[in-house]
Design a protein around this ligand. Structure first.
Ligand code: 0RA
Length: 658
């Protein structure tokens, strides 16, 4: 078998071979980025094809395996990708799908529709970006295999192998490190969370996952946790888990609500199928104050929302108000519950399937189809009122909660006014503690929110006062997960952050007013620092989410260790980096910084603040479901969960997919 792609074939292949060239030249155009997000996108892309097969009713099980060298295999028990020769390309359908851009299977009268991967680019893109890819198809009584290197087939056609009865497709790919030069390592937690989500969204579909990679010590946070052994998280054994939800979105809502106290007994479950589209909705209110509405279109998490969410919100607000009025629960005739009042404490998952989804927005995660707004609204205008009538006791509790929220909102408005007056915001007053930068251009201005006074000193002397502002905050800020906005606004640290940012908070929040386009959270590299960072992230996530969505929120990475080799000083961010360093320098003795305050200003500048030399992690919203889950376990009522989580993830902020 020849492995030289340049000379493998004659002229006939050239068009096909050239077909994938643009993908390797500009991978970002096809998968968004060549960072961690783009890397994971390859798995989703391959899996989407199997999920399509499942949605079409031909596949019940998908297996995802990461082998010890990091190659990924996605197998399904569907019909198998067709292998016969196509008149159009004079090649096997399998070869065509894997080597032709946008051959999303549409070579055959609509038999094969991509479920709508964020970019919906298909298997050929994965092939182009993999150093090797093997396709195995079980079909027509035989196994067929074909291998590829960087998108080039190593045999002209699939090779027919042994006889088999079962049908299905397995794709194994190893990503090309020349393309993904940042990282080629899949994050287990990211994979697990997407597979679980896919299983929730596709009721009855069994998705199993096995990670055969060696568990690296650094990933485990160094501790041994017995509860993780059963699933293969002990030393040496592969991690294995199967996701299969008979309840679909109902199970999703149960999962999201976890141990939170529900406000009413039933999970509301509404579905509709029409010629236009399909709609699936599950929701339940809890006694809490935060709103968690997740939306999906064709299995894609639309965290920027869109028309399906708009239709849902409009119908829900209307239905609850009308129900409340019909039961005489509103005191005054003209009293109205706002959408925010109605959604307080609500956990909802809405999933639509649309024939030709239009994805818009910065991250292409906003559904744009206008016909879907009216479809969802119209459908829900009928079924939500019916549900409330059938469960009127539960309906009453929901209304009572919304009325409470309404009162609290009024109190919050007063508190905000007070904040404004106290801080003199209207006259441009800023917090006393803020060392502002001199630039008035938000695009170049950075706000460092620094924990602890001892660190604020060095940060102030180190900064570039033209573009870098420092806001010191003291100790633990209020946990907003357990408090309404009105209460949060009484907290001095919260007030200072809101005033410094200039955006307002809650209903009044306006990202266009941000005084800085970088907000950098700077906390110690220890457990307490992680806790404070999480509290700050919770505040931003719950009440100033637009900052995260705009990509303005960053996490600074101060080093934990300093080592000297001869006269040269090195700084290392965490234990994993230190261990790596000690492989080459086994004799060095590290100094561990106890806190930011131990660093002198020039060290802090060089390692953490200087835009030329620092590494900032940007906080992204790419996984809202996971973020929801983390914030509720982390910041909710269950102290034991929180403790365990923080201990396991002390320096790990990846839950926001950074
Ligand atoms: C085109 C046509 C048919 C199946 C598929 C594509 C197919 C593609 C993938 C990709 C991963 N798993 C897949 N499973 C099926 C149907 C052909 C027929 O009529 O049998």
């Amino acid at each position: 078998m020849t492995a030289n792609p340049q000379t493998a074939y004659g002229a006939d292949n050239i068009t096909v071979l050239e077909g994938l060239d643009p993908v390797r030249k500009r991978p970002g155009m096809y998968i968004g980025s060549t960072g961690s997000r783009g890397l994971h996108h390859l798995i989703w892309e391959v899996m989407d094809n199997s999920v399509d097969e499942a949605m079409a009713g031909y596949c019940t099980k998908i297996d995802v395996v990461i082998d010890p060298d990091g190659a990924v295999t996605v197998s399904d028990n569907g019909r198998g990708i067709p292998v016969e020769k196509l008149a159009k390309t004079k090649k096997s359908a399998l070869t065509t799908v894997l080597t032709t851009l946008h051959a999303g299977g549409k070579f055959e009268e609509g038999a094969y529709t991509v479920s709508g991967g964020l970019h919906g680019v298909g298997l050929s893109v994965v092939n182009a970006l993999s150093s090797r890819l093997e396709a195995e198809v079980r079909r027509e009584g035989h196994v067929w295999t074909q291998s590829f290197e960087r998108g080039y087939p190593t045999t002209p056609e699939p090779v027919k192998g042994k006889a088999v009865k079962r049908t299905g497709t397995s794709i194994t790919f190893k990503v090309d490190p020349d393309v993904f030069n940042d990282t080629t390592e899949f994050d287990r937690e990211v994979v697990i969370s997407r597979l679980r989500e896919m299983a929730f969204l596709n009721r009855g579909l069994e998705i199993s996952f096995r990670d055969e990679r060696e568990l690296s010590r650094s990933e485990d946070g160094g501790g041994f946790d017995e509860s993780r052994v059963g699933r293969g998280e002990g030393w040496g054994e592969p991690y294995q888990e199967t996701f299969l939800y008979k309840g679909g979105l109902i199970d999703f809502v149960k999962h999201l609500n976890g141990k939170r106290e529900p406000l009413h007994a039933h999970i509301i479950d509404l579905t509709d199928e029409s010629s236009e589209a399909e709609l699936d909705l599950a929701m339940q209110w809890t006694g809490g104050y935060s709103e968690s509405v997740l939306s999906f279109a064709n299995n894609i998490n639309t965290h920027e929302g869109g028309t399906h969410e708009e239709g849902f919100r409009k119908a829900l607000t209307k239905a609850v108000n009308e129900f409340a009025r019909s039961k005489n629960l509103l005191k005054e005739k003209d009293q109205n519950l706002t959408g925010e009042d109605v959604r307080e404490g609500l956990t909802a998952v809405i999933s639509v399937r649309v024939r030709q989804p239009q994805f818009e927005g910065q991250t292409k995660t906003k559904l744009g189809n206008t016909e879907i707004r009216s479809y969802v609204e119209k459908t829900l205008n009928k079924v939500i009122p019916e549900w409330l009538e059938r469960h009127s006791a539960e309906g009453r509790r929901i209304v009572e909660k919304a009325i409470d929220a309404s009162k609290a909102r009024e109190a919050a408005r007063k508190a905000r006014e007070l904040t404004r007056r106290k801080s003199g915001l209207e006259s441009g007053g800023l917090p006393d503690k803020l060392a502002d930068c001199s630039s008035r251009d938000p695009g170049e201005s950075e706000l460092f929110i620094v924990e602890g006074n001892s660190a604020a000193g060095p940060a102030k002397s180190a900064r570039d006062s033209e573009t870098q502002a420092i806001l010191p905050i003291r100790g633990k800020i209020l946990n907003v997960e357990k408090a309404r906005l009105a209460k949060a606004l009484q907290n001095a640290e919260v007030q200072d952050i809101v005033t410094a940012m200039g955006t307002g908070i809650g209903e009044e929040f306006d990202v266009a007013k941000a005084r800085y386009h970088k907000v950098v959270l700077l906390a110690d590299a220890d457990v307490d620092g992680a806790h404070i960072r999480t509290l700050l992230l919770t505040l931003l996530f719950r009440h100033m989410r637009g900052l995260i969505e705009a990509g303005y929120v960053y996490i600074a990475q101060p080093p934990l260790y300093r080592v000297k080799v001869g006269s040269k000083v090195h700084y290392l961010v965490d234990e994993a980096e230190l261990r790596e360093f000690q492989k080459d320098h086994p004799k060095v003795k590290p100094t561990r910084f106890k806190g930011l305050g131990e660093m002198n200003p020039s060290e802090l500048w060089d390692t953490t603040m200087n835009p030329e030399t620092r590494t900032l992690l940007r906080v992204e919203m790419s996984d809202a479901a996971r973020a929801e889950e983390v914030f509720t376990t982390l910041m909710g009522d269950i102290v034991a969960d929180r403790k365990a989580f923080i201990q396991q993830n002390a320096t790990d902020v990846r839950f926001l997919d950074i």
